[in-house]
Design a protein around this ligand. Sequence first.
Ligand SMILES: Cc1cc2nc3c(=O)[nH]c(=O)nc-3n(C[C@H](O)[C@H](O)[C@H](O)COP(=O)(O)OP(=O)(O)OC[C@H]3O[C@@H](n4cnc5c(N)ncnc54)[C@H](O)[C@@H]3O)c2cc1C
Length: 103
Amino acid sequence: MFIDSRNVEQRAVVETTVCIIGAGVAGITLALEMDKHGIDTVMLESGGYKPDDATRDLYRGENVVFLIPMRMEAAAAFWVAAATAGAAGAGRSIHGTSKSATG
Ligand SMILES: Cc1cc2nc3c(=O)[nH]c(=O)nc-3n(C[C@H](O)[C@H](O)[C@H](O)COP(=O)(O)OP(=O)(O)OC[C@H]3O[C@@H](n4cnc5c(N)ncnc54)[C@H](O)[C@@H]3O)c2cc1C
């Protein structure tokens, strides 16, 4: 069920077992797991149902440094190594590969 919190009475209390702030990849994954286990969960996400500039402005930033060529090369080498290892080992995740690649 979706509720626009702007329509919820001020100081209203919503009772739940788990409250997840942020419906990004991590939050949604966690919410699905909670649902699988029948655990009451409320998820809070900023903004409305449609994209709006006021919400986008919260994430506005500016670059203060440029990536140096070395870092770009290191990043590229990492992704090539990760993709190669991923292709070679069935079920091996990129996360697992990155751990072993960096020690
Ligand atoms: C430009 C860019 C390109 C990327 N490209 C890739 C890619 O190609 N492949 C890849 O694997 N990863 C990519 N990533 C990284 C990926 O987007 C992040 O790693 C991933 O989104 C992190 O997930 P998360 O759930 O931790 O956070 P997020 O996805 O950032 O989710 C956090 C959520 O919390 C909400 N939120 C924050 N504060 C509050 C609050 N106070 N109240 C309510 N809600 C709140 C936000 O609105 C947001 O929806 C990219 C990132 C960027 C910036």
